[in-house]
Design a protein around this ligand. Structure first.
Ligand SMILES: [Zn+2]
Length: 195
C-alpha cells in the first residue's frame, strides 16, 4: 500500500496523478474540508468544471458513481468510493477576500485559494485560472424552494474518505481548508494516498 501523505492545517499540496491511478482523500480527525482541483497535465487550460459536472449530473450532491468533468466536457475523475456522501461543488476556494468579507478579518489568511496558487505554481497555473473546487466533505445544505444555503460542519467522521480514479493524466491541487465555518470551528489536517 502506498504511503499516506499529510497536508497540515490551513495548507495545500500539488502533485501529479496518472490515468488509472486512484486518489484517496482522508479526513483523519473528522469534520475537515479539503478543496480538490484537477488540471489536464498535457494542457493546463483544461480544468475541472463545476458547471459542466453539475449540468451532466442533474444533481448538486455528488457521490460514488459520479464523474467530474472538465471545461471541455471530458471526464477527469470518477468517484469510486465515498464514506460520507456529502460534498460541495458550488462554492469557490476560501481566500483572503473571503475572510475579509464574511468574517471581517483585518489580517486575513490566504485561504485555500492562496494555498492552491502556491501549490500549482510549479505547473504554471496563474491565480485567475483557479476554478470552483470540488470541496470534499464540505456540507452545504440547500433549501429546495428558495435556493438559500448555509455552510454547516462536515458530516465526515474520523478516518472517513472519498476515492477518485483519474481518467486522464492530471495535476492535482488539494488543501486542508482554512475557513472556520466550513470545518466545524477548528483547523485540522487532511491526508491523501495515491495507489
Ligand atoms: Zn477553504
Amino acid at each position: 500500500m502506498a504511503d499516506i501523505q499529510t497536508i497540515p492545517p490551513r495548507s495545500g499540496a500539488g502533485f501529479t496523478l496518472d490515468r488509472g491511478q486512484t486518489l484517496t482523500v482522508i479526513d483523519p480527525q473528522g469534520r475537515q474540508v479539503s478543496d480538490l482541483l484537477a488540471f489536464n497535465r498535457s494542457d493546463m487550460r483544461e480544468a475541472i468544471s463545476s458547471g459542466r459536472t453539475l449540468d451532466y449530473a442533474n444533481r448538486l450532491y455528488l457521490t460514488t458513481g459520479d464523474m467530474l468533468y472538465s471545461n471541455r466536457s471530458n471526464v477527469m475523475l470518477a468517484i469510486i468510493a465515498d464514506d460520507v456522501g456529502r460534498h460541495d461543488f458550488l462554492l469557490t476556494p476560501c481566500s483572503k477576500e473571503t475572510f475579509a468579507i464574511i468574517y471581517g478579518d483585518t489580517d486575513p489568511h490566504r485561504g485555500c485559494f492562496g494555498n492552491l496558487v502556491e501549490a500549482l505554481a510549479p505547473w504554471g497555473i496563474e491565480p485567475d485560472q483557479i476554478p470552483v473546487a470540488f470541496n470534499c466533505f464540505m456540507n452545504v445544505p440547500i433549501d429546495g424552494a428558495t435556493g438559500a444555503f448555509t455552510v454547516e460542519p462536515p458530516l465526515s467522521k474520523l478516518g472517513d474518505s472519498i476515492v477518485f480514479r483519474a481518467e486522464m493524466d492530471l495535476v492535482i491541487g488539494l488543501t486542508a481548508c482554512s475557513a472556520l465555518q466550513s470545518n466545524g470551528g477548528s483547523f485540522k489536517p487532511i491526508q491523501y494516498r495515491i495507489d
